[in-house]
Design a protein around this ligand. Sequence first.
Ligand code: MTE
Ligand code: MO
Length: 302
Amino acid sequence: MKKFKYSEITPEKIYNKRRKFIKTFGLGIGSYALTTVSGLNKSSANTDLSKLTSYEDVTTYNNYYEFGTGKSDPYIKSQSFKTRPWNISIEGEVEEPINLSIEEILNSFNSEERVQRLRCVEGWSMIIPWMGFSLSEILNKVKIKPEAKFVKFTSVFDPEQMIGQRRAVLNWPYVEGLRLDEAMHPLTTVVTGVYGKTLPNQNGAPLRIFIPWKYGFKSGKAIVKIELVKKMPTSSWMWASPREYGFYSNVNPNVNHPRWSQATERVIGADIFAPRIKTLMFNGYGDEVAHLYSGMDLKKYF
Ligand SMILES: Nc1nc2c(c(=O)[nH]1)N[C@H]1C(S)=C(S)[C@@H](COP(=O)(O)O)O[C@H]1N2
Ligand SMILES: [Mo]
């Protein structure tokens, strides 16, 4: 992982000064420089990607129901959570399953800065400088059988350490899923850190997934198992409320949640008088991902 030196007090300010726009989009290739990204992204994701949410907001305003349903619960209640030893298995429809320790993962894959917008289904968003690499890099370590059509992510189950798991708020462990092509998309990220630092417990240490064009809940934290499967997995949120949470959960301002609009979002950390901003189709990543859904009725497959 790249080493940065940030001020302990206001890391985000120092960080904003030093960072280079060329990295803004996060794919790690020059063609995604601000000036060359076209259409949707020029006026949207990229402009705002230069305004990072503060380290404090990123690490104290969280959703992580394993530690409670309040926004500050994860920060308060996850501090002593043990992330070592930690292993992640890649199994299911593969020629040979593998089991990687977190150390092996951190040593064998190069984490890079990936500034990505997180849009929570509840109607708020943050711009977060994750450290990570494409999930496809891990998936390429196994030989995937042709029968595999989906990827299922399972988070850790440890009610001793995770007090939120002592109540059936969700059907623990937390499960999420992607279609195989979504999982293979270079923007689908394995997150190993944030702001150039080790990933804090409340953000999903030691390893979480991040899919920037989908609502935040698709991005499972504290992953222990990545499974290649034939059938569309039922995610924890689909299980909890299938009417409200679909499998795809692509950010889509035109498809409202049954109980509220998805047209706008509140930017966490913005001035309290700042108006809500318009939510963008695919969270502003349409140029990169819209092709994955061509011909699909996104109202039906929400
Ligand atoms: N295991 C697990 N992963 C989870 C959640 C959760 O409750 N448990 N919450 C999701 C939701 S709703 C969001 S918005 C993001 C929040 O990520 P952050 O706290 O790092 O911003 O994590 C997602 N991943
Ligand atoms: Mo969320």
